[in-house]
Design a protein around this ligand. Sequence first.
Ligand SMILES: NC(=O)C1=CN([C@@H]2O[C@H](COP(=O)(O)OP(=O)(O)OC[C@H]3O[C@@H](n4cnc5c(N)ncnc54)[C@H](OP(=O)(O)O)[C@@H]3O)[C@@H](O)[C@H]2O)C=CC1
Ligand SMILES: O=C(O)C1=N[C@H](C(=O)O)C[C@H](O)C1
Length: 251
Amino acid sequence: MTRAIMHGCNGHMGRVITGICDNDKDIEIVAGVDPFDDGHNTYPVFSSIKDCNIEADVIIDFAAAKAIDALLDYVEEKKVPVVVCTTGLSDEQIARIKDVSTRVAVLKSANMSLGINTIFKLLKEAAKVFAPEGFDIEIVEKHHNKKIDAPSGTALALADSMKEVLDDDYFYRYDRSQLREKRNPKEIGISAVRGGTIVGEHEVFFAGEDEVIEIKHTAYSKAVFAKGAVSAAKFLNGKGAGLYDMGDVIA
Ligand SMILES: NC(=O)C1=CN([C@@H]2O[C@H](COP(=O)(O)OP(=O)(O)OC[C@H]3O[C@@H](n4cnc5c(N)ncnc54)[C@H](OP(=O)(O)O)[C@@H]3O)[C@@H](O)[C@H]2O)C=CC1
Ligand SMILES: O=C(O)C1=N[C@H](C(=O)O)C[C@H](O)C1
């Protein structure tokens, strides 16, 4: 049995995860953290992680970038493993996560779905073939109108997975509105669309002369992320210090 704290328990993802855990005998949410609580949860809810006095095996985090510093303070102090799913983190926060993971188990992933985590591997192979042939690489992501960060954490992670196998001079282009010149062949373009209730779409284009390859993932419900996060929490229970990702869970 894994005892979990749900960080961001009253948000969209926190609610879906709570529902999944209600029907899973191998995991229990023993406490939640969220600034606003309407009292609907069956577990105690704290308005701040620093006030949470319930022991747990793991924390599942789907909250906000501004909440990450206090979360990491708590993780360090209590030595509780954490699954960090919040996106839009600063470079400093990402560096601190790496540092904390030398003392406590941390699993960080911008996307908990099986599909996206498999596409990371496919993209490395595709980029190795198409980039040397001069294909242009573009990523388009689409999300709901409540999303705060852009581009999505997943779009950045997709780009990072390809950059690992490409020449060092590849770089990310987020905005072309000020440009008055042709596309640089070493750009990886990253564009964000926001609207309605789109759960999450990511599309990678390899555009060459007279042919285009498209690799696309569509999430039809937040359950794909929630199921992955629950699997990750069970995986992290009892793990020693280290920086893990969904590749470790799926492997
Ligand atoms: N890795 C993945 O697979 C996925 C990642 N995400 C990411 O997860 C995050 C949350 O997504 P989502 O649930 O849709 O967002 P929501 O805004 O619906 O939920 C976030 C919740 O966290 C709460 N919160 C704000 N500050 C704190 C704090 N200091 N401590 C605890 N809780 C806090 C918010 O409260 P309030 O509204 O009052 O501010 C809200 O209830 C986003 O960064 C999103 O990009 C989302 C889906 C999948
Ligand atoms: O905010 C969301 O909803 C999502 N955020 C993650 C991201 O930024 O990549 C993952 C998923 O696409 C949904």
